[in-house]
Design a protein around this ligand. Structure first.
Ligand code: COI
Length: 362
């Protein structure tokens, strides 16, 4: 279905105030925003407007009861300047999986893709040209009923905001295996990209940061043995040449970068195991000298090397990044697919503009 999306362009671009050679993550917002409203029955009034604050009622249900979900995506430019999206259909599908879990309405795939595509086209000058930087895209849907009782909201707002970003983790990260707090268990909301999952992680993360770590590495309750994921990314281990990542069993986010990495490594002939892995197995590999690489993967993080993992009294110091064959190959490959340096044989990298199909005359 073709949606009619109205466009009001800004007369005061902020682009001149951004230094593309020094972009902190998440601080700059580009000139326009996409908005659509769910009126209880339909998604209505899709529009692109100048980026600005909007007002919400103090009883907005999303604020009170946490019906709020989002995606993280990136747009990049190829070496010849063509703006590209990365696996947009998969993000649309994951957004709707989150919506179903949080009892929110799904967004028609064509509305998600057309809004995103048009917005990125309008703000294409905001895409940083250098490899490793990108225009970060943040689709967000939240409950918008003005009501204090607890029930699913009838009204929702769906927005897409964007902003240029550099690397989320500019240097290798230090992780602390968390053996007290829990992110998610089977049957909870762990697989959804729900705002509340991130809220629950704030305190343990702050406590880990106070001890000198960047993020927590979540272990599964109640045994605190099986490794799940890291605060902002999925996790991969290379033990004896085999790449291992936890199976997404309902409590772990189904990362799209994670899926891309598994596919690329297998195609390249690297052995990959998607299975449950315990912290004891990790410690044993570390002590035996066979834990070769650890890296996180996510849209924001792309591929982020891990330098240390603390577990109880043991601080595991991982080998230097320079010698990490697999994570360096896969990072280079994902960056290179996005910039067009490597051929995309999967149809993952989609030129901006393709979702604006021609109007069919009535
Ligand atoms: C992403 O990788 O895009 C995320 O959503 C993680 C984080 C920045 C919240």
């Amino acid at each position: 279905m073709k949606y009619t999306i109205s466009l009001t362009k800004t007369e005061n671009s902020k682009l001149g105030g951004v230094d593309f050679n020094n972009i902190p993550f998440g601080r700059h917002f580009s000139d326009h925003i996409f908005i659509a409203d769910f009126d209880g029955e339909n998604w209505v009034n899709p529009r692109i407007e100048p980026f600005a604050n909007f007002s919400i009622h103090p009883a907005c249900m999303g604020l009170h009861y946490g019906q709020s979900i989002f995606e993280g995506m990136k747009a990049t430019k190829t070496l010849d300047g063509q703006p590209m999206l990365f696996r947009p259909e998969m993000h649309a599908a994951r957004m709707n999986a989150s919506a179903r879990r949080m009892c929110m309405p799904e967004i028609p795939e064509s509305l998600f893709l057309q809004g995103l595509d048009m917005l990125v086209g309008v703000d294409a000058d905001w895409i940083p040209p250098q490899e490793g930087s990108a225009l970060y895209l943040r689709p967000l849907m939240f409950a918008n009923d003005e009501f204090i009782g607890v029930r699913p909201s009838a009204k929702y707002k769906f927005i897409i905001m964007t902003g240029p970003v550099g690397p989320y983790y500019p240097k290798p990260v230090r992780l602390m295996a968390e053996n007290h707090f829990v992110r998610a268990v089977n049957g909870s909301t762990g697989e959804a990209k729900a705002a509340g999952n991130y809220a629950g992680a704030m305190l343990p993360t702050k406590m880990a940061q106070e001890k000198g770590f960047d993020q927590v590495m979540w272990l599964e309750s109640p045994e605190f043995k099986y490794i799940q994921e890291v605060g902002t990314m999925n996790i991969f281990f290379v033990i004896n040449g085999v790449t291992i990542t936890p199976v997404t069993d309902g409590a772990i986010l189904k990362g799209i970068t994670r899926d891309s990495i598994i596919t690329l490594l297998r195609e390249e002939g690297y052995p990959v195991e998607v299975r449950r892995i315990t912290i004891d197995e990790l410690v044993a590999a570390y002590k035996a000298g066979t834990l070769e690489e650890v890296f996180g993967a996510g849209t924001a993080a792309v591929v982020s090397h891990v330098s240390h993992i603390q577990y109880d009294e043991l601080l595991m110091e991982l080998p230097p990044v320079e010698g990490r064959k697999i994570s360096r190959w896969v990072k280079d490959h994902i960056d290179g697919l996005r910039s067009g340096r490597f051929e995309d044989t999967h149809g993952w990298v989609v030129p901006v503009g393709v979702f604006q199909e021609e109007e069919v005359p009535a």
